[in-house]
Structure formats: C-alpha cells, structure tokens
Design a protein around this ligand. Structure first.
Ligand code: NAD
Ligand code: AKB
Length: 321
C-alpha cells in the first residue's frame, strides 16, 4: 500500500501537492511534514509531523512509524534566500537529499521525488529553448546545490537502483501559499499589489524573460511523473519542464487588461543578476515524449485565475528581502 510523506509541506508547492495527493490517494495515506510547528489549515485534513529533514534519526523514526513508501522532498532554501545564507543553503539542500536518498538506497522506501530548478543553468547556457543536455555552469549557491543534487540522484539511480524522479521546475505561480524566497517570486507578488490597487515595484527589469508555470500544471506534472511506469523514465537526473515564458512588462500588460489603473515601476536589485544568468525559455521535449507531459495554462488564463483568487493581504518572503 502506498504511504506518501511530503517534506516541506507548508511551502508554496507542498501545500498544493499535499492537497492533490490526498485527493488522489486518501487523506490518511499522505503525511504532511515540515519544520514548522503549527499545521496550516490547508494541511489539517490528514496526518502532520513536525520534522527537520537534516535530523536523520527523526526522519527514520517518522518513516518507520507511518510505514512510508514514497517521499516528496521539498524542503530547501530558494535562490534569493540562499545567496544570503550560502553555507546553510548548501547544508540544507544537500543533507536533506542524502538523508532521503539513503532511505531509498537501504530499501526502507521505494520512491523519491526531488525537485531541481531552471537555476541549474548559467549564463553560458543557450538562453532560448534551453535543451535538456547543454552547458550547465550555475553561478548561484542554489543552482550549484541543485546541479550537484541532480548528479547524485542519477548516481543513486544507476549505482543503487534507487527509483528517484525529478523535474527542473520553472518559476511557479500560485495563490494558495506564498512563495518562499526565490527570484521568480515577483510574478506572484505583482498580483497582490494589483488586487490592493497599489503601484507595484518590481525587483527585476522590464524585459527580463523567465520560464514560469501555473501551479496546477506543476502539480499535475509532478504526480504524472511519479505515477509513470518505471521504464518510461529515461532521465534520472532531472527533466526540463517548459511552461510559459514572459517578462515583467508582459505580465503587467496582461493584468492591466483587468485592472486598467494598475501601475508598475522597476527597481532591479541583487536578484536581477540571478535572473540574467537563467534561461528565458525551456525545451521540454523529453518530458513530453517519455511520460506525456503537456502544459495547460497560458499567461492569459494564469492572470485571470490569479486575479480572481489572490487575497488582498499577503506578500512573499522575496518582496521583503
Ligand atoms: P518554500 O520555501 O515555499 O517551502 C519550503 C518548505 O520547506 C517550507 O515550508 C519550510 O518551512 C520547509 N523547510 C525548510 N527547512 C526545512 C527542514 N530543515 N526540514 C523540513 N522542512 C523544512 O519552497 P517551494 O517553493 O515550495 O519549493 C519546494 C522545492 O521546489 C524546493 O526544493 C525548491 O528548490 C523547488 N523549486 C521551487 C520552485 C518555485 O518556483 N516554487 C521552482 C523550482 C524549484
Ligand atoms: C527561485 O526563483 O529560486 C525558484 C526557482 C526557479 O527555482 N522559483
């Protein structure tokens, strides 16, 4: 019987992933876990365990207690926060992964999902339609940890027959939970300003195109990849995932169609350099061919849903950075 644990469940992806997994596999079969003591209301429909993923003994105890078969490991420091705490970011992003991969190596659990990011690419990577296999020279601590993580995932798959699956997520956009300190967070924050009828100060420049995706597509991709037959998974490092590509100017123009008085100004900060080192768009032909990935949300549809659903309150960690 499938028993899933999501580590980092209180975050932007975790909150929606837990809800989707519980809908599919039943509330009691999906254990949400996070460093945070308090359970979010959205996660209260099923079991919750407070856990520091770097505490290997505590992790093993919870896995044994619930007879966990699959782990989705989401706990990490994201790009902007990681640049401020490089040593800790490396420690968390790598130690958490090793603790979980080793459980799969020892056959305590059967399957692992671990997300990578477009941050694995660098300024020498082809910027448009970035291919699956290309130059990878990340310049951020976050990107370095994700690239190292990808290599370890492939190593564990090949050497120890570990069933580990991964996606290089683009910037994710959602309204259920705020983003946690990334470079792409502007594309969430902008909706809160629009909703409050406030001028938005964008921390990236007008023409910075980045790959992005609406959360519903990302959750569908994640569960789709994890449920795909083992022999269809040809890539054990991490799959490119495309989504949509737009600039701050383009998302602003789309929001203005609904909010004609909405204003924006541009004040690029340290995150501009990070964004400049990342691709503008991604080629995800392997994900399409291997396990049938297909995105459903374009910029227009995404903006409509976000404007309908974001609450007036709320600002991400990034906007405050
Ligand atoms: P987030 O910052 O919103 O959430 C991370 C969660 O992990 C938080 O709830 C935090 O409390 C928890 N956490 C932190 N340290 C922990 C620890 N030691 N033990 C247990 N839990 C801990 O992040 P997110 O946006 O949900 O991202 C999840 C994963 O997806 C990360 O690996 C991130 O790199 C990757 N990713 C996210 C995006 C995106 O746009 N959101 C894009 C690419 C990749
Ligand atoms: C970030 O901006 O750090 C994340 C990511 C693309 O990995 N959203």
């Amino acid at each position: 019987m499938k028993k899933i644990m999501v580590i980092g469940a209180s975050g932007q992806i975790g909150t929606e992933l837990v809800i989707a997994l519980r809908e599919k596999f039943g509330n009691d079969n999906v254990i949400a876990s996070d460093l945070k003591e308090t359970i979010k209301a959205a996660l209260s429909g099923g079991p919750y365990e407070q856990l520091d993923v770097m505490d290997n003994e505590a992790l093993k105890a919870i896995v044994n207690k619930h007879s966990i078969t699959e782990i989705y490991l989401l706990a990490a420091l994201l790009s902007a926060t990681a640049e401020k705490h490089p040593d800790f970011a490396w420690k968390l992003n790598m130690e958490g992964l090793f603790n979980v991969l080793n459980l799969a190596k020892e056959k305590v659990i059967k399957k692992v999902f671990w997300p990578s990011s477009i941050a694995v690419f660098g300024s020498n990577t082809p910027k448009y339609n970035t291919p699956q296999y290309t130059i990878m020279e990340p310049s951020t601590v976050y990107g370095i940890s994700k690239l190292a993580g990808e290599r370890w995932c492939e190593y564990y798959a090949k050497q120890y027959n570990v069933d580990v699956r991964s996606i290089r997520y683009p910037g994710l956009i959602s309204y259920t939970s705020l983003p946690g300190g990334g470079t792409t967070d502007y594309a969430v924050d902008i909706f809160y300003s629009a909703k409050r009828n406030e001028k938005y100060t964008c921390f990236l420049s007008e023409q910075t195109a980045l790959p992005m995706m609406y959360m519903e597509d990302a959750i569908r991709a994640t569960i789709g990849l994890m449920e795909a037959p083992d022999d269809s998974i040809k890539i054990r490092s991490s799959y490119n995932l495309g989504g949509i590509s737009f600039t701050p100017a383009e998302i602003y123009a789309e929001i203005k169609k609904t909010k004609p008085d909405f204003e924006i100004e541009y004040a690029p900060d340290f995150r501009q350099k990070i964004a400049d080192s990342w691709p503008s768009s991604i080629d995800d032909v392997d994900a399409r061919n291997d396990w049938g990935w297909n995105g459903e949300f374009n910029l227009e549809k995404l903006c409509k849903i976000m404007l309908e659903n974001v609450l007036d309150a709320g600002i991400s960690v990034s906007q405050n950075t």
